[in-house]
Design a protein around this ligand. Structure first.
Ligand code: GUN
Length: 287
């Protein structure tokens, strides 16, 4: 068994990005810029936003955080999003989720200019992914693909089983794998024969949010296991959606939790910000 070390892989990705960001900055006389909007004081979200700022700094991206009061109205948030859409200096806009209950995240996400949607959550970008068109892809599934690529094991022709069908991870993950020519099965809470299906997988991606639901003896010998789950147990321990110890006995490659997919998500957000900036500059120069 080999560990898919997200800390190490994300560091390498950030290192590569740093050079590409420097090239962009030299070419266009400005660094790509990410604007992050946080509404309210959720402690976990505050940490995420701080980590995103730090990530930007490390690779030379410019970042601006907008910390709004919990009482912010829908009209006020929409106005900020529209200002950032119209601001030519802004390449990426991210609205940190979850939003306070009185704000409708679907409405807010739909308001973001799809060319600046570095989360890849806008229906236009999800539609582009399904259609095989270039666009911005959700960061966590993109991070999973980047990790798979480091194994050197071909995705093409592999049997991939994605457990979980969220719009943020499961569905885009399935489409990214399909784009890379895997045979993809998507499982969810109503799947009848989950253990049986997981046993057919060369690649397992677990994104259900149920601690250690995927058992070790479901993992076929030699499979690659990507665990997107981050579950905090009553004793404070963080575990994934896969029973790591037993799964590691069968897997050829497996991600640890924490230190697996987690660090890749931010690295891919930085990658998306550069992608968005490049795409905007490319269209600007088109006749
Ligand atoms: N909250 C937790 N993860 C994410 C993410 O990837 N994007 C946004 N916008 N909010 C989040």
């Amino acid at each position: 068994m080999q560990l898919l070390d997200g800390k190490k892989i994300s560091k390498e990705l950030r290192q590569a990005l740093k050079g590409q960001v420097a090239d962009f900055t030299a070419t266009y006389g400005r660094a790509p810029r990410l604007d992050v909007i946080l509404v309210g004081g959720d402690p976990a979200s505050q940490i995420y936003v701080r980590n995103k700022e730090r990530g930007c700094q490390k690779v030379g991206l410019s970042s601006q955080s907008h910390l709004l009061d919990e009482s912010t109205t829908e009209a006020q948030l929409l106005q900020l999003i529209q200002e950032l859409n119209a601001n030519d200096a802004v390449d990426g806009i991210l609205v940190q989720l979850p939003l306070p209950q009185h704000l409708d995240s679907a409405v807010m996400l739909a308001a973001i200019d799809p060319t600046k949607d570095v989360d890849g959550f806008h229906a236009i970008n999800l539609g582009r992914l399904v259609s095989g068109l270039p666009g911005l892809v959700p960061c966590t599934p993109l991070g999973c693909i980047r990790m798979l690529e480091t194994t050197g094991v071909p995705i093409s022709g592999a049997n991939a089983v994605v457990v979980g069908r969220s719009t943020i991870v499961g569905k885009p993950m399935a489409h990214l794998l399909l784009q890379q020519h895997a045979t993809v099965t998507v499982c969810h809470s109503r799947t009848r024969n989950l253990p049986e299906l997981v046993r057919t997988a060369d690649i397992v991606v677990a994104a259900v949010g149920v601690p250690e639901m995927i058992q070790g003896d479901w993992i076929a010998p030699g499979a690659i296991v990507i665990d997107v789950g981050i579950n905090r147990m009553p004793d404070g321990k963080i575990v994934g959606d896969v029973a790591f110890e037993s799964a590691a006995k069968n897997a050829a490659w497996i991600t640890p939790v924490p230190g697996g997919v987690g660090p890749m998500t931010i690295a891919c957000l930085l990658e998306n910000t550069l992608t968005a900036a490049r795409q905007r500059e490319a269209t600007r120069q088109a006749p």
